[in-house]
Ligand binder design. Structure first.
Ligand SMILES: Cc1ncc(COP(=O)(O)O)c(C=O)c1O
Length: 561
């Protein structure tokens, strides 16, 4: 690889850790565990004693309130957590790790629900909450819609049952609809969004004979190694370039390199370009930024399309999240840019698990006519499961109606107005918190430097707003939210923010900046690393002196065969 080529590549990598997954992994391994308990928990930002005391009182009150609200739900969650690794993980990373143990001890998670109705969820204690989890993005049209899709789809499939391998005739109609919506030639069915993306990248590598996947900093594409080359993936990932999105330097890389198999875009990144999906577990400062520049992102996608055309690089849109949400034709329609392959998932299964890949024939083909043993293998036991196909059929039928299409027409305006209205209220109340949105996908951002923004999720929960484990990073609305529902959510949101402010969590002094917080956390980590190393040395020295005192017997036992 030439020097110029290397230079162009390193210029195109995002300067943050999001753009340097390998370095991020190395650093992540160096971060030692330390925590704030007692006093420090309430004054980690240097707040004076009276503010810390206000926070402590509020924390106790909130803990009692949340505990009294859902005792049975919390008890069931605590009983299950030791046996379910997912629950342990999400429980641990709900807030930055320094605060996590104290939070887990006092602000208990309540992870069970028994009913959904309209936009409300009911827990084991009979409490109802407005659902802002959106079931990770599956819920676009409201749970009642998906219940109907699942029931009607299952009824259509009852005669066949779970027969796998052969196709039910409804598959033909699904394929026809998907081809028309995506504007692409062929379809393959998978069991999750992750698998659909995996297959798209495999096919691009197979057909181009090139190995490198270009993805953009921060973008999520499922949990398999190549699209998660940084923290979170234990093995080594090669063959992936993580570049800056919306940046001409990345285009230059695409223009000049010869090893690129495909470019993978998650259009949801229009909301927080080059940043990882926002989660409160990493909300250490207040520099979570968000906001859509639709014209700017469209121009970016057009440039990408152009360079990919010139260099014959397949352009893949990962629409697992935004497909069927931001427009009927997804991101391709919303941004008016066509891709060579598009992945869908989440909502498309009509409430059941699915991943779908649509693509140009030349890219979707898994064999070569002139090289019979050179194939790109992809199968899966549950691909095209009749019940999933049935629910998907209902989904595609029910969304292809004039009224649903009309809803899509207005969706952007409606959700932008709702978002602006909430921001206006937050501004009027002088609260240091705001929301940003891409259609019905919202995120919360924080206007003043603070170490305690992650506490906001508990205030929202106490107000009966159900959030997923990433807390205020993602609020996902379903499109059956009426103006009145949204007004009620906004009321509760503002009430939660007011209480949090009164309780002193957003106490602020001018010397507290995002930069000073970052420096403070780095210093803490350094001190914790030194303490850890010193105690290791102490232990080693103590063992050595114990051995010497025992006449060296211990060491002989350890080394003797
Ligand atoms: C853009 C995108 N791609 C892929 C995936 C992975 O889909 P799944 O969780 O169904 O494997 C997700 C999931 O959130 C996603 O948002």
């Amino acid at each position: 690889m030439g020097i110029r080529s290397r230079w162009l590549l390193s210029r195109a990598k995002h300067p943050s850790l999001a753009g340097h997954p390998r370095l991020a992994k190395v650093l992540a391994r160096l971060v030692p565990y330390y925590e704030y308990g007692g006093e420090r928990f309430f004054s980690s930002d240097g707040a004076p004693p009276d503010v810390a005391e206000r926070r402590r009182t509020a924390f106790d009150r909130l803990a009692k309130q949340l505990g009294a609200r859902a005792p049975e739900t919390i008890r069931a969650t605590e009983m299950l957590a030791p046996d379910v690794s997912d629950l342990q993980f999400t429980g641990r990373y709900r807030v930055p790790f320094q605060y996590s143990r104290f939070v887990r001890q006092h602000l208990k998670a309540a992870a069970f629900v028994t009913e959904s109705s309209g936009v409300l969820l009911k827990d084991l204690d009979g409490n109802t909450s407005y659902d802002l989890t959106g079931s990770y993005g599956v819920n676009v049209f409201g749970y009642d819609f998906y219940k109907e899709c699942i029931d009607a789809g299952a009824a259509r499939m009852r005669a066949l049952g779970p027969v796998l391998g052969a196709y039910h005739p409804l598959v033909t109609e699904n394929v026809r609809a998907l081809k028309s919506i995506s504007g692409l030639d062929e379809v393959s069915f998978h069991m999750s969004g992750t698998e659909a993306v995996m297959q798209a990248v495999r096919l691009a590598r197979y057909h181009t004979g090139k190995s490198y996947l270009v993805r953009f900093a921060g973008a999520y594409h499922g949990w398999w190694d190549d699209v998660q080359p940084g923290v979170g993936t234990p093995g080594k990932v090669s063959d992936v370039y993580t570049l800056r999105e919306m940046d001409d330097r990345s285009l230059e890389v695409l223009r000049t390199r010869h090893d690129i198999a495909c470019v993978l875009v998650n259009p949801l990144q229009a909301l927080h370009t080059n940043c990882s999906a926002p989660a409160d577990g990493t909300l250490v400062t207040s520099d979570r930024a968000a906001g859509v520049d639709r014209a700017g992102y469209t121009a970016w996608l057009e440039k990408l399309r152009d360079v990919c055309d010139r260099r014959s690089i397949p352009l893949i849109f990962d629409e697992v999240f935004v497909g069927f949400r931001i427009a009927y034709g997804g991101a391709q329609e919303y941004f008016r840019v066509r891709a060579d392959m598009v992945t869908y998932g989440k909502t498309l299964g009509g409430g059941l698990p699915v991943g779908v890949l649509c693509g140009r024939s030349a890219l979707m083909k898994r064999f070569r006519d002139d090289r019979p043993t050179d194939v790109c293998f992809a199968r899966g036991t549950f691909n095209s499961h009749p019940y999933v196909m049935g629910a998907m059929h209902e989904f595609l039928q029910r969304t292809n109606t004039p009224s649903t299409r009309a809803c899509y027409e207005h969706a952007d305006r409606v959700w932008n107005e709702r978002c602006s209205a909430l921001n206006a209220r937050l501004g009027a109340e002088r609260l240091p918190v705001r929301v940003a949105n891409l259609s019905s996908i919202w995120t919360v951002w924080y206007a003043k430097p603070s170490r305690y923004n992650w506490m906001f999720q508990f205030y929202l929960r106490a107000q009966g707003l159900a959030l997923s484990w990433v807390g205020t990073g993602r609020l996902i609305f379903s499109h059956d939210y009426t103006d009145e529902d949204v007004r009620e959510v906004a009321e509760r949101f503002v009430a939660a923010a007011k209480t949090m402010k009164e309780d002193g969590w957003w106490w602020h002094q001018p010397s507290l900046t995002n930069e000073s917080i970052r420096r403070q956390v780095l210093r803490e980590m350094f001190r914790a690393a030194v303490t850890l190393q010193t105690s290791r040395w102490d232990r080693t020295a103590r063992r050595a002196s114990d051995r010497a005192a025992n006449g060296g017997t211990a060491s002989r036992h350890e080394t003797d065969p």
